[in-house]
Design a protein around this ligand. Structure first.
Ligand code: NAD
Ligand code: IPM
Ligand code: MN
Length: 336
């Protein structure tokens, strides 16, 4: 029996609610496919700050590094918003991505036929959208130096960050490097777009996009925008991968403090991140596909959280949706 070590980082806000659902889905799916999953739960973000005084404890990073894959909920919340930068939950997340060297962040945005009416775009625009944002994750303005506060020549206070990419990370000379690389892949059609136009084109005619390759900050923004085409930010999973070592899998949304603790969170993004964990993190493609089918099956059976609710469907909370997903996972099981 194959056995894997998974680090779970529930984090803050709705993080623990959605990770709990995804964990149960992974366990059941694993048991059906003869995969043993050992979970180790660790602290990250605000939860880690409260317990240890730092947003990414050494113990969390070392356990994560030694595992086969990492599943993260979300971090952050009002309580820590005024903390100094090095004591913010978000800093812990960035340190984790950097520590795991997961530079390639895959954020698929797929409009499921069952959710076309949940999209804020017209049916004919949203229908059939299936794109992938490939976001650089460990460089750019998030990590660039120098950064800080100063004074300008008029004595006025200033704040500054640095958007910088080294050659191995690609860069503002992305265009040049991508064009060189494209020579090796003649079957891939390559075009370039400024990010302002891309943001507009995404809501004008999103079906023109297949894969969007972009830097850290633009990828962050464009993926949130793309998520609404699919119905909700609560639908978009992600996989963050490096050259070697465990991948990091997380929904693209945050800790949603406005709905935390109310059993309203949509767990699909985290459940789909768990499917990406099986597929890209562990190479367990069949188990991953079972989870993907179970998500579609649960949508077919009409279950919806509030963010993707539309007339004629069944409104449920995070926990109940989780139970319905488990039933769907089970019902696709081959007869024992
Ligand atoms: P957010 O993504 O947490 O929430 C934005 C809006 O989307 C809110 O109205 C929220 O209720 C809703 N939403 C998000 N996820 C949802 C879900 N699964 N189901 C239903 N509704 C959902 O973004 P924000 O409000 O800007 O940030 C809140 C906190 O989360 C901040 O501290 C921020 O730094 C942090 N954050 C963390 C991550 C992460 O951990 N990767 C990502 C983004 C934001
Ligand atoms: C995300 C978030 C993070 C980011 C924040 C919380 C630092 O928005 O994971 O998309 O900008 O990468
Ligand atoms: Mn984001």
């Amino acid at each position: 029996k194959k056995s894997y070590k998974i680090t779970l980082l529930p984090g803050d806000g709705i993080g623990p609610e959605v990770v709990s659902v995804a964990k149960d889905v992974l366990l059941l799916t694993g048991s059906i496919h003869g995969i043993k999953l050992e979970f180790q739960e660790k602290l990250l973000g605000g939860a880690a700050l409260d317990a240890t005084g730092v947003p990414l404890p050494d113990d969390t990073l070392s356990v994560a590094k030694q595992s086969d894959a990492v599943l993260l909920g979300a971090i952050g919340g009002y309580k820590w918003d005024k903390n100094e930068k090095h004591l913010k939950p978000e800093t812990g997340l960035l340190q984790l991505r950097e520590g795991l060297r997961v530079f390639a962040n895959l954020r698929p945005a797929t409009v499921f036929p069952q959710l076309v009416d949940a999209s804020t775009l017209k049916r004919e625009i949203a229908e059939g959208v299936d794109l992938m944002v490939v976001r650089e994750l460990t460089g750019g303005i998030y990590f660039g130096k120098p950064r800080g506060f100063g004074t300008n020549e008029n004595g006025e206070e200033t704040g500054f960050n640095t958007e910088i990419y080294a050659a191995h990370e690609a860069s503002m000379f992305w265009r040049k490097r991508v064009m060189a690389l494209a020579q090796e892949y003649p079957d891939v059609e390559l075009s370039h777009m400024y990010v302002d136009n891309a943001a507009m084109q995404l809501v004008r005619y999103p079906k023109q996009f297949d894969t969007i390759v972009t830097n850290n900050i633009f990828g962050d923004i464009l993926s949130d925008e793309a998520s609404m085409i699919t119905g909700s930010i609560g639908m978009l999973p992600s996989a963050s991968l490096g050259d070697s070592g465990p991948g990091l899998f997380e929904p693209i949304h945050g800790s949603a403090p406005d709905i935390a603790g109310q059993d309203k969170a949509n767990p699909f993004a985290t459940v789909l991140s768990a499917a990406m964990l099986l597929k890209y993190g562990l190479g367990e493609v069949e188990a991953a596909e079972r989870i993907e089918s179970a998500v579609l099956e649960t949508l077919n059976r009409g279950f919806r959280t509030a963010d993707i609710y539309s007339a004629g469907t069944k409104l449920v909370g995070c926990k109940q949706l989780g139970e319905e997903i488990l039933k769907s996972v089970e019902s696709h099981a081959p007869a024992a």
